[in-house]
Design a protein. Structure first.
Length: 114
């Protein structure tokens, strides 16, 4: 299974970015996906996730600002990030769950300047 993120970059506070994740190498349509982030010196944390169906979960810190979506057929996921804050600066990772297996991407850097 391969997981590839894209879309990170540098943005000013209040700006927007859209992250994308593409998964491949498996045939099942029953999988979940999620975005996690890790800032320097901090533990990796959940940002948002979307279930096998369409149920979504968001960290309190991003509710109302971030929106997660998934295309099951294409095995892709996006994270629309609006009203970005400096504290959103981190490496963002995509995680795919297929059955009992977890797969991570390499991460994409998001930097929000104040």
């Amino acid at each position: 299974v391969q997981v590839v993120e894209s879309g990170g970059g540098l943005v000013e506070a209040g700006g927007s970015l859209r992250l994308s994740c593409a998964a491949s190498g498996f045939t099942s349509n029953y999988y979940a996906m999620g975005w996690y982030r890790q800032a320097p010196g901090k533990q990796r944390e959940l940002v948002a996730s979307i279930s096998i169906g369409t149920a979504t979960t968001y960290a309190d810190s991003v509710k109302g600002r971030f929106t997660i979506s998934k295309d099951n057929a294409k095995k892709t996921m996006s994270l629309q990030m609006n009203s970005l804050k400096p504290e959103d600066t981190a490496v963002y990772y995509c995680r795919v769950v297929v059955g009992w297996e977890f797969y991570w991407g390499q991460g994409t850097q998001v930097t929000v300047s104040s």
